[in-house]
Design a protein around this ligand. Structure first.
Ligand code: ZN
Length: 257
């Protein structure tokens, strides 16, 4: 959970006497290759493409392969233009004026208004609209204008064809947290809930490694009310409501148990 972070930041500003910039520039989201973790795709750019900075992705037998969100955001278009233009396409709004387009899909796996994270399957590669063969047409836009595509901050190849390997939605394997109970030792359970046997305690302030997270009994603790439980060892679970992890809800990149 994260709520404590806000108050620490405010305190830090007061003590340090720091002044926030009047209009901080909104950083671009960290966009990732729009395919599942570990896949390698050939991405082609060409100056006669419309729009110019779009990337067309292919790999062998790619028809029907899943397409994933290249950054967290909210789906704001799930549209079928029929046999013209993008055909079936999805647009994701990433905030700060940034959006991404995924076109010529064979089908949709999201709906308008849905919140998506890295690696979320949004649809499947197809050849709908004005397409002559299966591929994914992908765009990044800022305030509606086509911009040069970047993955992890690195500019795509303009102009030409290059292999891109996805690091999108890859699990980091584990996360970290700090137990915060305001003094009392926190009970460790054999499973994700208060109904499981107590198998020990961890002291307030203990740094823990979280192997995975899962849903269990709802608990109200230092960081609010949550049904998330953190697995900190074999047969050892603690309530996430008492753990500072830097995230509200599930920690990005940490797997579900
Ligand atoms: Zn294209």
């Amino acid at each position: 959970m994260r709520k404590r972070w806000i108050s620490l930041l405010v305190t830090g500003l007061l003590v340090g006497g720091a002044v926030a910039p009047a209009t901080p520039a909104l950083a671009a989201p960290t966009f990732r290759v729009p395919f599942p973790c570990g896949q390698t795709w050939s991405g082609q750019t060409r100056s006669d493409h419309s729009p110019a900075y779009a990337v067309d992705f292919n790999r062998t037998d790619d028809s029907g392969d899943p397409v994933v969100a290249s950054a967290p955001g909210t789906v704001d278009r799930v549209t079928d233009l029929g046999g013209t233009s993008y055909g079936k396409y999805v647009r994701i709004n990433h905030g700060g004026g940034y959006s991404t387009y995924y076109a010529h899909l064979s089908g949709f796996n999201v709906s308008v208004g849905q919140t998506v994270g890295y690696g979320k399957v949004i649809g499947w590669v197809g050849s709908t609209g004005g397409s002559t063969g299966p591929h994914l047409h992908y765009e990044q836009r800022l305030n509606g204008a086509d911009i040069q595509v970047r993955f992890n901050g690195t500019l795509a190849l303009y102009w030409g064809t290059k292999s891109y390997t996805s690091g999108n939605g890859c699990s980091s394997g584990s996360g970290n947290g700090t137990v915060d109970t305001s003094g009392t030792p926190l009970t460790v359970r054999s499973g994700p809930g208060t109904g499981y046997a107590s198998v020990g305690t961890v002291a307030d302030g203990t740094r823990v490694t979280i192997a995975c997270q899962t849903s269990g009994t709802t608990v109200t603790g230092t960081y609010g009310t949550s049904s998330i439980w953190d697995r900190i060892g074999s047969g050892r679970f603690i309530a996430d409501a008492y753990v500072y992890t830097g995230s509200d809800g599930y920690i990005p990149g940490v797997p579900r148990c």
